[in-house]
Design a protein around this ligand. Structure first.
Ligand SMILES: Nc1ncnc2c1ncn2[C@@H]1O[C@H](COP(=O)(O)OP(=O)(O)OP(=O)(O)O)[C@@H](O)[C@H]1O
Ligand SMILES: [Mg+2]
Length: 628
């Protein structure tokens, strides 16, 4: 069916209303004109009849045979003959009481009987339609008007005038033409105005339609600007609200999709998604290795050879409509012709399963295929086992070290007692008798040995203590720690030594520095180790700078910078190793403790050193509360 748009309907409506008004008005105009015409004809015919009547009465009044006088009267003749020159009079006649023509505008008709025709007065009484029909009937229709002539109270005859209605038509049409032209102009004008109005009224619809098109194309933040004062303004407001909501939903969805995709992309498991028709929608990198290149939108039987475990499982799921697996299967290598170099890592033992994804009404919308690499899991398992073993070994060694400490302490105490025993007689003898010196050198030598043993014992004790500290750090007690306070405590410890060596300590810790999140005891130990190393590296004096600063959103940077001897490049790689030292009396534990502390706090440490100029240690540690 031919459908009209709103604009078409509006134009058609306005045009037909105006058209109807024009037709009705024209009809009324026409009927009143027709009536006027008929009345005019009647008036003119009656005027003519009066003229004839007066003449006839004058002629008859002369006496004698009235009919003969009338027949012979030239005046009457000329009136009758000239009457037909009037626009619509067809004849004028004078007949006697029997209807025989006495005088006629057509002289030849004298003596004939004049047949009666419908009278004009009747037509006048009839309705407008009858009058119009009389005027517009093609075959000429003549009406007449009759005026009786009475002489001395007796009917003498009558005057009859014939009037042709169609002859009045021409005048009528001429009178109608301007009216019709006006009506036509009104119609055309109304159509144009209606079109213009429709254009103006429908503009908001076009604006909203183009907005919808843009929304449909997926544009974000589409808004329409419509004047607020009418219903279209409200509609525009609703549109903008819906568009904003849609944009928000879309971006949220896009974010979720991206997140989901990145999760799936990085999964160790191979994941693929098929449509309910078996076409591939998506495959993550792990799965793509098992599939030929450009596999999207191809069906599973085009992608994989018959008998392939993935294909079997997907086909089984498509057939049954139920999730399958998990099954353990051996995935064959992809054929060389298709795969090129890639694909070998996709082969091997896999745990395969499919999952039917349904919509809210339970209809399947897709099939997810997941293949888990059991070999990889095995590797992880063995690494886990290995680290468990290491942890057990660590606990064992810490236990052994602890057990060594007790006999070591006892040995030290007894060695001290032994030294006291040995030295007492020597002192007594020296006081009483110089001759008793025979035993002196032996005792002195024994004391010397005891001193060496004591020294070695202390070293052993230090090693064990260091190992214990390193291997079994106390549980982390994380809390907010002020860097300024920590640095103050550390500097108090090293200040004396620094003063002796003429090392100038410079502290740069802004007051508003955010607090650290850490274990205060462990951090203090680590900072002390760094400060001690720095002071020890400056035997000839120098400057130690300790500076704190907030970096990034969630970190605090701490720098220990000295102007000491520096570290050779070959040593730089080893300084964090346990027991690595270049100092005669050093244990090589200090920096390993620092490293371990930073690790336990999820921090970072880096070192830069120039031989002969100085060393800089830079630590990054987490803040107590990251600003939101
Ligand atoms: N600020 C520094 N300047 C120069 N060398 C340094 C500095 N800090 C550390 N080192 C080098 O790194 C080595 C290891 O340092 P570490 O603190 O681990 O052990 P140590 O200081 O030798 O002994 P201790 O266990 O008594 O601290 C040092 O022997 C030294 O050679
Ligand atoms: Mg040290």
């Amino acid at each position: 069916m031919w459908a009209l748009g709103i604009k078409g309907k509006q134009v058609a409506g306005v045009t037909s209303i105006v058209g109807l008004a024009v037709v009705v008005l024209s009809g009324l105009n026409l009927t009143s004109l027709a009536r006027i015409r008929v009345e005019e004809s009647v008036a003119r015919a009656e005027l003519l009849a009066s003229t004839i009547f007066h003449r006839a009465r004058e002629v008859v009044a002369l006496g004698g045979d009235g009919y003969a006088a009338l027949r012979a009267d030239a005046g009457l003749r000329s009136i009758l003959e000239s009457s037909v020159y009037s626009s619509n009079v067809t004849y004028a006649a004078l007949v006697n009481a029997e209807g025989i023509i006495i005088a006629h505008s057509d002289a030849a008709k004298a003596g004939q009987t004049l047949a009666h025709l419908p009278t004009l007065t009747t037509l006048l009484e009839q309705g407008a339609i009858a009058q119009l029909r009389a005027i517009y009937r093609e075959e000429g229709r003549t009406f007449e008007i009759e005026r009786p002539i009475l002489m001395d109270g007796a009917r003498f005859g009558s005057i009859r005038i014939g009037v042709s209605m169609p002859l009045t038509r021409r005048g009528l049409t001429e009178a109608l033409r301007p009216a019709l032209l006006t009506a036509l102009a009104a119609l055309v004008g109304a159509t144009l105005v209606a079109m213009l109005l429709a254009q103006v009224l429908l503009r908001p619809i076009h604006v909203i339609r183009s907005g919808l098109t843009r929304l449909g194309r997926g544009e974000f933040g589409v808004a329409v600007n419509l004047p607020q004062q009418d219903e279209f303004g409200d509609l525009g407001g609703f549109f903008n609200t819906v568009s904003a909501q849609l944009s928000a939903d879309r971006s949220e969805l896009a974010g979720q999709k991206a997140k989901l995709e990145s999760v799936v992309e990085h999964l160790e498991d191979a994941v693929a998604m098929f449509t309910p028709d078996g076409e591939l929608l998506f495959a993550n990198p792990a799965m793509r290795e098992a599939l030929p290149p450009e596999s999207t939108a191809r069906t599973v039987d085009e992608l994989l050879p018959p008998g392939h475990p993935y294909r079997n499982l997907v086909e089984e799921t498509l057939r049954s409509g139920h999730s399958c697996g998990p099954l353990s299967a051996t995935v064959p290598r992809r054929e060389a012709a298709e795969s090129g170099s890639a694909g070998s890592s996709a082969a091997g033992e896999r745990l395969v399963l499919t999952n039917v994804i349904t919509d809210r009404d339970g209809r399947p919308v897709g099939i997810m295929l997941v293949a888990r690499n059991l070999e990889y899991l095995g590797e992880v398992q063995s690494t886990l086992n290995y680290s468990r073993k290491l942890a057990a070994l660590g606990r064992l060694s810490a236990g052994v070290a602890h057990e060594i400490k007790n006999p070591l302490n006892a040995t030290m105490i007894h060695l001290e007692l032994l030294k006291q025993r040995l030295s007492v007689p020597v002192v007594a003898q020296a006081d009483s008798d110089a001759a008793g010196r025979g035993a002196g050198p032996d005792v002195a030598a024994a004391l010397g040995h005891a001193a060496i043993i004591a020294g070695e014992m202390r070293r052993l004790d230090q090693v064990v203590q260091g190992f214990l500290k390193f291997a079994r750090p106390e549980d982390l007690k994380l809390q907010a720690v002020s860097l300024g306070t920590l640095v103050g405590q550390v500097v108090a410890v090293v200040a004396e030594q620094a003063r002796e060596q003429q090392v100038d300590i410079q502290i740069e810790c802004p007051r508003d520095l955010p607090a650290l999140r850490g274990d205060p005891g462990m951090l203090q130990q680590a900072f002390l180790n760094l400060a001690l190393n720095a002071v020890q590296a400056m035997p000839e004096g120098g400057r130690l700078r300790i500076a704190g600063a907030a970096v990034a959103d969630s970190l605090v940077e701490i720098v220990f910078e000295d102007t000491g001897v520096g570290i050779t490049p070959e040593h730089l790689d080893k300084i964090f190793d346990l027991y690595f030292t270049t100092k005669g009396a050093g244990s090589g534990i200090g920096l390993s403790v620092v490293y371990r502390t930073v690790q336990l706090h999820d921090g970072e440490i880096e070192v830069r050193s120039t031989l002969g100029h100085g060393t800089l240690f830079r630590l990054l540690l987490p803040r107590a509360q990251a600003p939101h």
